[in-house]
Every structure is written in structure tokens, then in C-alpha cells.
Design a protein around this ligand. Structure first.
Ligand code: NDP
Ligand SMILES: O=C1O[C@H](COP(=O)(O)O)[C@@H](O)[C@H](O)[C@H]1O
Length: 638
């Protein structure tokens, strides 16, 4: 929020007759005014239903204003720039009077701040009336709301939607005044700034028998937060007396169940903690969840795989590298193991004129068909078909739609996997939306990384997709997250207590994440040359692994919680400069054999003279408590 000293500002205390107003808002305004921390032309208007004068408001506030002897003159000046309007909260006319008052105290060119020191029951109507009658016409408007923001999740969401319908997000300020308290603000400084000596001390290894710090929480007055070792445990005050001392930790086999014993002043012991947090889900539990999720009929996103409904899986870019190496093999293995719904059909789509037999031949080296599986393998290809079509011709997508209607009745769910260069994502999704959506069933669109070439094109792609599909219809894939080794990282880190205290800068000198591909582009220049090694592999696969290695423990294994922890890592990373990076392009080895003799530029699908990197190494840094000073070296090369 910017303010020019010359622009008048009007601060309106809505609910000026109340407790918050007299104990906190007016005193704070006075102290800011006294210390000349407000813009020169600032005026204050009180508004409430009670019939009060400014003198009466002043009297109510008196016990809380702490006016020094030498400050009397300034104090009187403060009240001189105050006025008061009596009005109800649901009468539009009263808000018009408030607007008139504001126009009187300052010219129309003024910024307006409304502080709702009011019960949440009137937030809706008051903000509606403010929007209708009181917005600044030549300046900005801000609306400040005090907690609680609703009574429960529903009313809180309702309030948020209501506010979003009236104001831009930057016009709304939600306040929890406890965050403004010095003691609370100091907590972060205390914990992190002096990290060399203090951070180390505030953890479970250094604190052998810490005193329990009891802090009444604002949200649940009868619950207390107990800071104990590095765990946050919520307990009730009658279970933990004010003088209790923490004295026990019980570890279970799988990770750790922590239980708290308390000792009263008299020395008697009770093992009682009300709510005990488990440190992590055990490895076996996690694996069993994975198994369950593979076989479940419903995913959390409500994608429903009823066995009776036909499903059509369309591989867009069926002639390509990804299709033959990963998509068709995976579909075959799922089909082989009967992990797909009974009536599932597969349709390949690409510009190349291919038959199903030719697609089958291309895929052959990657399908790993066991001897006893031959019959099932032939069945798999029998439920496959192929459509030749371009990516930008609507007519071809209509033909694809016809093919889908042929292989399964109109009642079918449709899944489109875009094994295509991102350069055609836009046009392909537009055409899918125009011609190929399921009419009696759901549609899903799966998109492979990279999602754009940079922030702008990535945002453009997201907006484009959001204009065509609902969020639950879009799946963005990074296939490295499906690899066992990558999936195991979380289990390894958070399921084994040994890593809890050691997975940090005190014990790890550097982290090396290396991707070596022992072959070249092999005809994939059409996609690869536009993107290069950083965008193809480093920015997505390697960064995902880096995040899993570096992130803190998520509060659950839900996708959103894991994503949130990853984002924190990315936000802590230092921007790379060219000095942190090494780039290269592979050349042929004249003494090598076969493919090894060919360099990148020898691939006929690569444009002559391309300088696209096929090798990249970057030294990255994560500036947080855990990883300060530890280089994370990412290396990838064809
Ligand atoms: N290869 C892999 O192992 C992996 C690839 N991916 C991702 O899959 C996507 C496709 O990659 P990949 O299969 O390797 O690449 P390909 O170069 O093999 O491209 C796939 C298909 O797209 C078509 N195509 C290629 N270039 C163009 C172009 N310039 N304009 C229009 N269509 C084109 C071709 O089909 P046709 O000409 O017949 O229409 C080609 O068969 C990329 O987003 C990549 O990041 C993700 C994970 C692994
Ligand atoms: O995303 C990609 O990954 C593959 C390598 O995947 P992997 O599972 O075989 O390790 C890579 O070949 C391709 O260039 C890239 O687009």
C-alpha cells in the first residue's frame, strides 16, 4: 500500500463505540499520530449505532491512551482531526451520510481505510454498504477485517466469496492482532536470526528436560499449545498444570508415537497428553495405501472407474518416442495385470501414416512380454486402433471422434494423453474441446512436461487450459514422480528415524542429482531442439527430486500438502547466474561404435548449426536452516 504524504487519508473506525475500538484501535491511532508515523493529512472518523460525540469517544478511550505529560497539546490535536457519525449497519442512507462526512473532512482526492471493529455477523451487510456508498473516488480504498472470519469452514468460505465479489484481494486486509504483538513478532527473530547459537538449542537434542511453554491460543481459548522438543502438541490446560515439566517420550516401532508425561509440583507423575501427534506414517502403511489406490474404484478427485462403463484411452502423438517407450508399454502392463476397467480401448493418433501393426512393431523393444503372456498381448493389440490426422485440422479431430464412437458406445469415458511437443498443446486441446469431449461420461486430458518454455508461456498455457477444461479434467504429469526410487524418497526420509536428526547441513556436505542418458536424441530433434536439456529434464525431473530431498515433512501425504512443502523449497532457492551453470552439446566419438559415432548435429531431425544444449550442470543453493551452505548439484546429459 503506497501513500503520498500530500494525499489526505481518512481512517474510519466502524464500531467506534466498542471494546476493540477503545482498547486497541484508538490508542494505536493516537500513538502513530503522536509519533508522526501517519501521513500529514490523516483524519479519523468513528461510526457506530450509539449516539456519541467525539468527546464521549475520547472519554471512553482515556484509560488506554497512555498520554505523557509533554504530549497533551499533540493529544488535543489528535482529537481535533476526529469526527463521529451515528448510523446503523444495514441502512444505506446512513452510509451515504458517512460518505458525506468523509467528503467534508477531506477533498474527494483521499485514500479511505475502513477498519471493521465489529462482530462478524454484520461483516456482510457493512461491506456491501461500504462498497455501494463509501469507496474512494480519487484514491484507493482498504477494508480491514478482524478475526474471526466466520464461525466455521462454510461461513468462512461464504465470507471470503462475499468479499471477493466486492473488492479486489489487495483491497482487503485480514487481521490477527496477536501477530502484531512484540513478543509474537520476536519469536521468529529469536528462533532464526541467531541461528548459529539459538536454533541449535531449540530442538529435541539439546533440550533434555525442557520446561513446557504454555501459550493460550486465540482460536481455542481452552486449548494450549505446548512447544516440546521440535513437536507441536495441543493439550488442554486441565491435563497440563501450569507448572508441569515434560518428562517422557515413548517411541513406537514405526517412526515414533510421542507421548508426554507431566509431573506436578508435588512430584506425582501422570502420563496424560491429550492429543499426541504421530511423527510419520510407517513405510508399510504408505505402501499399502499406494497399493490400495491403484486398485481402488474411486480416486479422491471422484474419477470413477465403474467396470461397466467403457473407457477410451487416446495416445496423441502415438508415433513418437514417449509413446513407444513409456505409454504403450505402461498401458500393456496395466492391461496385462487387469488393473484397467474391463471395457478399455486404445486409440493412437498422429500425423504419421501408421497401422496398428506398425505401432506394435515400434513398441516391441519396450513391451517386455513374458512367454506365457502372448495370448493376452495379442488381445491387447486387438483393442487398439489408430487414426492418422494433423494437429491443427478440425476435420481430423471429427474423424477421431467418429473412431471413438465406433470403438465404444457414446456412453464412454475418454482420456487423452498428449505425448506431443508442447508447441502443439494449444491447438490440440482446442480441437479436442471442439470435437472430442465425451458426451455421456467424463473427459480427462493428460499433459506431459514441459508446461511451457518460461513463466509467461507457462501462464499462457495454464490460462488456455483453464478456458477449455475444469481443473479436475486436467492432469499434469512428470513421469519421474512415478518412479519407485523417487516415490521411495519420502518413505526413506520420513519413515526412518535415523534420518530425522541427520538429514541436514550438519551432516551432509553436498547433494548430487545426476541424470545420465547413455544415448542421443535418436530422431527426437523435432521436440528436443526447441527445448534443450534444461527445459527437458533439469527444470522438471531433477527439480522435483531436489524438492523431495530437501523439503520439510509435509503435514499429510495429500498432493496439496506435498506441493506446498516443495514450493517452500523453491522459494528459498537463490536465483542462478551463468557462473553457476555449465552447458554443452554432445559430439560424435570417432573411435566409438555405432550410435556413439554420431553427434547431436548428426541427427537429421536436428536443425543444422543448432546450439541447443544437450548437457547441463547447475550448482543451486537452498537458503534455509536445514540446507544453508550445502550445494545441490544438478547434472543431466544425453
Ligand atoms: N521421450 C520420453 O521418454 C519422454 C518424453 N516426454 C514428453 O513427451 C512429449 C513428447 O516427447 P517425445 O515423444 O519424446 O517427442 P517426439 O519428438 O517423439 O514427438 C512425439 C510426436 O509428436 C509429433 N511431433 C514431433 N515434432 C513435432 C512438431 N514440431 N510439431 C508437431 N508435431 C510434432 C510426432 O508425431 P507425428 O509427426 O507422427 O504427428 C512425434 O512422433 C514432450 O512433452 C516430452 O517432454 C516425457 C517423458 C519422457
Ligand atoms: O522426460 C524425459 O525423460 C526421458 C528419460 O526418462 P527415463 O524414465 O527413461 O529416465 C528422456 O529420455 C526424455 O528426453 C525426456 O523428455
Amino acid at each position: 500500500m503506497r501513500h503520498k504524504a500530500s494525499t489526505p487519508h481518512i481512517f474510519v473506525v466502524m464500531g467506534a463505540s466498542g471494546d476493540l475500538a477503545k482498547k486497541k484501535i484508538y490508542p494505536t491511532l493516537w500513538w502513530l499520530y503522536r509519533d508522526r508515523l501517519l501521513p500529514e493529512n490523516t483524519f479519523f472518523v468513528g461510526y457506530a449505532r450509539s449516539a456519541l460525540t467525539v468527546a464521549q469517544v475520547k472519554e471512553k478511550c482515556k484509560p488506554f491512551m497512555k498520554v505523557g505529560e509533554s504530549e497533551q497539546e499533540r493529544y488535543e490535536q489528535f482529537w481535533k482531526v476526529n469526527s463521529y457519525v451515528k448510523g446503523s449497519y444495514d441502512t444505506r442512507r446512513d452510509f451515504e451520510l458517512l460518505d458525506q462526512e468523509m467528503n467534508k473532512v477531506a477533498t474527494p482526492r483521499a485514500n479511505r481505510i475502513f477498519y471493521l471493529a465489529l462482530p462478524p455477523s454484520v461483516f456482510d451487510i457493512v461491506t456491501t454498504n461500504l462498497k455501494a456508498c463509501c469507496m474512494a473516488t480519487q484514491g484507493w480504498t482498504r477494508v480491514i477485517i478482524e478475526k474471526p472470519f466466520g464461525k466455521d469452514s462454510d461461513s468462512s468460505a461464504k465470507l471470503s466469496n462475499h468479499l471477493a465479489g466486492l473488492f479486489k484481494e489487495e483491497e482487503i486486509y485480514r487481521i490477527d492482532h496477536y501477530l502484531g504483538k512484540e513478543m509474537v513478532q520476536n519469536l521468529m527473530t529469536l528462533r532464526s536470526l541467531k541461528k548459529e547459537n539459538l536454533q541449535l538449542a531449540i530442538n529435541r537434542h539439546q533440550l533434555i528436560a525442557p520446561r513446557v511453554l504454555l501459550q493460550q491460543t486465540g482460536m481455542f481459548p481452552r486449548l494450549y499449545v505446548v512447544f516440546l522438543w521440535s513437536h507441536l502438541i495441543v493439550s488442554s490446560p486441565d491435563k497440563l498444570g501450569n507448572t508441569c515439566i515434560v518428562c517422557g517420550v515413548v517411541s513406537g516401532d514405526q517412526g515414533s508415537l510421542i507421548s508426554v508425561g507431566t509431573r506436578s509440583n508435588s512430584g506425582t507423575m501422570s502420563r496424560s497428553a491429550a492429543l499426541v501427534k504421530s511423527e510419520s506414517a510407517g513405510a508399510e502403511e504408505m505402501l499399502s495405501l499406494l497399493r490400495q489406490s491403484l486398485k481402488s474404484c474411486k480416486t479422491p478427485g471422484e474419477t470413477n472407474f465403474e467396470a461397466s462403463t467403457p473407457h477410451i484411452f487416446v495416445v496423441m502423438g502415438a508415433s513418437g518416442d514417449l509413446a513407444k517407450k513409456k505409454i504403450y508399454p505402461t498401458l500393456w502392463w496395466l492391461y496385462r495385470d487387469r488393473l484397467l476397467p474391463e471395457n478399455t480401448f486404445f486409440v493412437g493418433y498422429a500425423r504419421s501414416a501408421l497401422t496398428v501393426a506398425q505401432v506394435k512393431e515400434k513398441c516391441k523393444p519396450f513391451m517386455k512380454v513374458g512367454e506365457s503372456e502372448q495370448e493376452r498381448y495379442e488381445q491387447f493389440w486387438k483393442v487398439n486402433s489408430y487414426v492418422k490426422g494433423s494437429y491443427d485440422t478440425r476435420r481430423d479431430f471429427e474423424l477421431l471422434d467418429q473412431e471413438m464412437n465406433k470403438v465404444a458406445t457414446p456412453r464412454a469415458n475418454r482420456i487423452f494423453y498428449l505425448a506431443l511437443p508442447p508447441s502443439v498443446f494449444d491447438i490440440v486441446t482446442t480441437n479436442l474441446k471442439g470435437c472430442c469431449m465425451a458426451t455421456q461420461g467424463w473427459t480427462r486430458v493428460i499433459i506431459e512436461k514441459p508446461f511451457g518454455k518460461d513463466s509467461d508461456s507457462s501462464a499462457k498455457l495454464s490460462n488456455h487450459l483453464a478456458g477449455l477444461f475444469k481443473e479436475e479434467e486436467i492432469y499434469r504429469i512428470d513421469h519421474y514422480l512415478g518412479k519407485e526410487m523417487v516415490q521411495n524418497l519420502m518413505t526413506l526420509r520420513f519413515g526412518n528415524r535415523i534420518f530425522g536428526p541427520t538429514w541436514n547441513r550438519d551432516n551432509i556436505a553436498s547433494v548430487f542429482i545426476s541424470f545420465k542418458e547413455p544415448f542421443g536424441t535418436q530422431g527426437r530433434g523435432g521436440y528436443f531442439d526447441d527445448f534443450g536439456m534444461i527445459r527437458d529434464v533439469m527444470q522438471n525431473h531433477l527439480m522435483q527430486i531436489l524438492c523431495l530431498v530437501a523439503m520439510e515433512k509435509p503435514c499429510s501425504t495429500s498432493a496439496d500438502d506435498i506441493r506446498d512443502e516443495k514450493v517452500k523449497v523453491l522459494k528459498s532457492m537463490k536465483m542462478l547466474t551463468l557462473d553457476d551453470v555449465v552447458l554443452g552439446q554432445y559430439v560424435g566419438d570417432p573411435d566409438g561404435e555405432g550410435e556413439a559415432r554420431e553427434g547431436y548435429l548428426d541427427d537429421p531431425t536436428v536443425p543444422a548449426g543448432s546450439v541447443t544444449p544437450t548437457y547441463a550442470l547447475a550448482v543451486t543453493r537452498i537458503n534455509n536452516e536445514r540446507w544453508d551452505g550445502v550445494p545441490f548439484i544438478l547434472r543431466c546429459g544425453e
